[in-house]
Design a protein. Sequence first.
Lengths: 347, 347, 347
Amino acid sequence: MAYQQNRPIKLTLSELSEFTDSELRGDPDCKISGIAAIDQAGAGDLSFIHDGRYQSFLSTTQASAIILPTKLADSYSGNQLVNDDPYLAYARAVAALFPPHEVLAFIHPTAVIGEDVAIGQDVYVAAHTVIGNGCELEDRVRLGPGSILGDECVVGEASILKGNVSLGDRSRVGKRCLIHSGAVLGADGFGFAPQKNGKWYKITQIGNVVIGNDVEIGANTCIDRAAIGSTRVGDGVKLDNLIQIGHNAQIGEDTIIAANAAIAGSTKIGRRCRVGGAVAIAGHLEIADDVVITGFSMVTHSLRPAGVYSSGITADDNRSWRKNAARFRKLDDLFRRVMNIEKIIKS
Amino acid sequence: MAYQQNRPIKLTLSELSEFTDSELRGDPDCKISGIAAIDQAGAGDLSFIHDGRYQSFLSTTQASAIILPTKLADSYSGNQLVNDDPYLAYARAVAALFPPHEVLAFIHPTAVIGEDVAIGQDVYVAAHTVIGNGCELEDRVRLGPGSILGDECVVGEASILKGNVSLGDRSRVGKRCLIHSGAVLGADGFGFAPQKNGKWYKITQIGNVVIGNDVEIGANTCIDRAAIGSTRVGDGVKLDNLIQIGHNAQIGEDTIIAANAAIAGSTKIGRRCRVGGAVAIAGHLEIADDVVITGFSMVTHSLRPAGVYSSGITADDNRSWRKNAARFRKLDDLFRRVMNIEKIIKS
Amino acid sequence: MAYQQNRPIKLTLSELSEFTDSELRGDPDCKISGIAAIDQAGAGDLSFIHDGRYQSFLSTTQASAIILPTKLADSYSGNQLVNDDPYLAYARAVAALFPPHEVLAFIHPTAVIGEDVAIGQDVYVAAHTVIGNGCELEDRVRLGPGSILGDECVVGEASILKGNVSLGDRSRVGKRCLIHSGAVLGADGFGFAPQKNGKWYKITQIGNVVIGNDVEIGANTCIDRAAIGSTRVGDGVKLDNLIQIGHNAQIGEDTIIAANAAIAGSTKIGRRCRVGGAVAIAGHLEIADDVVITGFSMVTHSLRPAGVYSSGITADDNRSWRKNAARFRKLDDLFRRVMNIEKIIKS
């Protein structure tokens, strides 16, 4: 189920200067019908220079126009869009060139729709979807094929679920969200009470998942429903693929989390945080606003104040690593030996 | 496909004291119609205090009744259920208030069912399921929408597959299991023989997956079929989301594994183990019964005897981390220097 | 949707010696109708000894024939296939005993097929699949139930998609590939431009995913489409389950990656690399050909030349670990103290 054009529409450089809020230098009527990296661009393509690394290609590029920061603009004589945030300008240009498909009201005959489902205007429901009782699909929602909504789910205006997405009962998705294939929202949180006989007693998970507006959720990412109350993902949050968000976790607005990260239950992450890939954060912690956690870090205590936090040791050649890693297990001993030496020297 | 009530049934405090095996203090006829955290509970809600942290809310809570341990019971004058395992009592209370839906025999007309499929009593098969030849669904099984069973699968009595679950050929699921959306059981194990030309030759995986009784399997978790024989998950095992269980692994009874953990092939984990989130365990190892592995640990050798095992260094501020991590790569060198100093001092 | 026989066909030892390119010793007409581990094999089974560990079972095994390396062949008097690469010979024998099902041209009536879809000969399309406009399925392709292809996808000759696989628009899969259930190819890459207001602006991802020939992709693995251009997985690559491949990454031919690994965007991995489970590789790096990265390593810089690279510290008993891990955070300080001692001693 396509949600954007597979091929760009044609725009003039003048139109693109408006879309990207850039200063136009050169031919306003230059037709742009594609976007490409500066070393691969051809006639009709718009390209961009994000940083100095690609500057050398300016003399050889075949691009019809280039997005450049002011400091590089004078060094290029061809058509250009001058913008001091060329990456953002590029983002706006791609969005303009590959606009979303017009949404047509359509419900595939193979869709299975429960009772009391409210469906807004221009809603698209693809083949083999299953929608539970009492769901609400607001205007311009698009459900991809094979998506499954439990009972009483709400999907907000203009939100898109790609293929094979699963929403548990009473999940609430805000407006303009994009949920990629295989994501599972609202599976049971992982809660079990230990019993004296060594068996686990399941804590029935009666909460739900509440997703804000403008949230993107990656493929095969899982966000569990709360034990009681709601697991909450704030407005503007961006989640990559294969992420685990445990029950009752709270993710603050505009926080961005890279792939394979795991956020355990009841942890509260602040606003505008950046969490790297494969980071693991233990449960019941608080991460302050504006915290950056670099990739592959292990977080077992709350992180305050704002700042950059890290752990992990990068790969070394195996021979060196073996020696150092073996020594690590004697590190406490080494500290004691050094303390001892210090005593001897002082005495 | 709901499997429990979305809204609680009403119970009296007297009924709940029986369900939870607790001592009732207060009004036995008090009607309970919900459950909530102590600081958020209102009239009709049951709440609980699991540990001392929330004790201060006892004076202000609006809950109609509270589950309390004996040592706190006297400090509260309202309705209460006294139980020295308040967490387990809470678990039992939620289960009583949100009982499973009655299972009705139903096969959705869009379900595609192969030949020679045996279907027990009161089996529910949701829309867009696909069931291979020779499968057996025991009494009260529920298959959620979009679930796919290969040939000759067995799903035991009262087990539930949520949406978009995939079972490979000859997978066997025990009784009373709960498998969450997107889980994949019985995909091929990862086995390839190296060839002289640098290409890999696939080892055809002819084994299967065998899941015991009372097992819960999280969303998007993968359990591969064995190369030969069976990958086995024992009775009472609880697996969180996004876990990898490699081919021929064996997970002992009542072991619990948190999200994003990876258990490589042929590793045997004992009974009643607790494996933290994002733990990685190499292949062909043995983990003894009653081993606890804390989150984000790397396990490359067998772990015996029972006990708690850990690795990983928790995140530090980036500046300190950079310095320490750089030093790590000279750790062996440091040990040698200290040894040298010790020699000098002794001499 | 089975793709290989669930039960072995019968072959003579003579036939198997041809399939496995082994020297036959014993009865050429011995009928083989199964394959099993040496300590579990019975009459009719073929078994194998891969290394010395299982040699002791030679005197007691009930197997009808055994694959053995030359050095062990003389110590066994029963039927045998002598091959100095017994693991590869075993792989060939299993493949011969469990051949793929004959592919029959079949399109299930519940399949939903878009416009201008080209379907080759002997293509099998299972129930509840959804195929977008302009797709091309080459000869002998098999699409498992619930699989979803976006627009303009190409699936090459004899490739198999198992159940609930999702391909984004314009994904291209080569010949003889095997993609396991729940895999998602061609979801959007994770690209957002920061804005001054703290919000993220989505970089529309206009690229695609291109998979070579003879590639295997594990269950619930995600390979994102490129921002511009293609994310590429080379011929003969083998990917395990729950792997993340970021946008614009390039995976070289015959590289093998174990479960739960995460390869961030724009990283280029060479040919014939072996990447262990749960490895995390940062973005924009280059990994040389023939690099081996051991499991759970963190890779934050390019790795050259070929060789084995590692990081991570294996789990220790919790008490020792606590002491050593605490010391780690004072490691830089320790180096300074030792330097100071060295100065004092020298002076």
